[in-house]
Write a protein that binds this ligand. Sequence first.
Ligand SMILES: [Fe+2]
Ligand SMILES: [Fe+2]
Length: 360
Amino acid sequence: MFKKIIRLYPPFLRENMIADERILVVDDESLVSDIIAQCLEAEGYVCDIADSVVAALKLLEHQEYALVVADINMPGRSGIELLSIIQEQYSDVAVIMVTAVDDRKIAIQALQLGAFGYVIKPFDLNEMIINVVNALKRRELTLQSKGYELRLEREVKERTAELHRREDEICYRLTAACEYRDEETNSHNRRLGLYASVMAKELAWKQKEADEIRIAATMHDIGKIGVPDSILFKPGRLSPKELVIIKTHTSIGAKILSDSDIPLLILAETIALSHHEKWDGTGYPNGLKGKDTPEAARLTAIVDVYDALVHARIYRAAIPEEKALEQMEKDKGFHFDPDMFEIFLKVLPQLRDIRMKVTE
Ligand SMILES: [Fe+2]
Ligand SMILES: [Fe+2]
């Protein structure tokens, strides 16, 4: 079965040998597996022997191997089957196939299935060692390149997260600039972002978009920066002329946020422009009706009114939640999208939690 063992290996082989890698030799003929194992152990490798695929799989479950040298023709499950299983479940393990039959088809099949080498019996043990060294070297390079890909993937993820963090911070600071004038709206804006994110998740938005609306909704009233103090902070009722001016905060906000290609700012522009539109078309600035108002603005409209009612404003005191909800219920189908209002009621306990945590 074997040619004479030649122990004098060429110098390049000795240099390339990695002594501490464990190898599993699988052959139903113990004579063959013993000789292969002895020869590899003489080179400093640690070897285990299995006499069937089943025995090999048991060993693979409990022990890490760098390489499996497997006979193809064995009673029961074949070496090709073992190769497929290793490819699927232990993809970091290299495999060399050994066969007594010089069958090109089987050799090609084994290589296509991912074998790193193919040795035909009877073989020269030098040939076996050359195959082992090559397979281990190729495995090492594959592992290095896998590690490189993983590192690259991790770096891309970290940089993307960093970019999002910067985007978030810039938006927060932009909102903070407007809140500097009107401190009372700071917590209102923060709550609104959190409420909107809860609503978006309930509406099955993607996680990324639900995260974006948490920031985007905080900018809904950013246009108030363009409204004079005398109107913005007027304690009493606004005159029709003043009402026209305060309504411009929607289009001013949209203008501030316009022409961006950053999804977060595009979303913020939509909300700033349309959060005072009403379901029945009597809202402003464009009198949009029903679903012509973007979903993001329809959901923000509900939580904006809710939060405004249950907190004190410069022109009125806070209203108890029960009364606020009664009032809002009447507006369902007029001011608010009726389906969206049901979603709001469903997530109300979560919104209450946010209210308790984010206080003035
Ligand atoms: Fe507003
Ligand atoms: Fe608001």
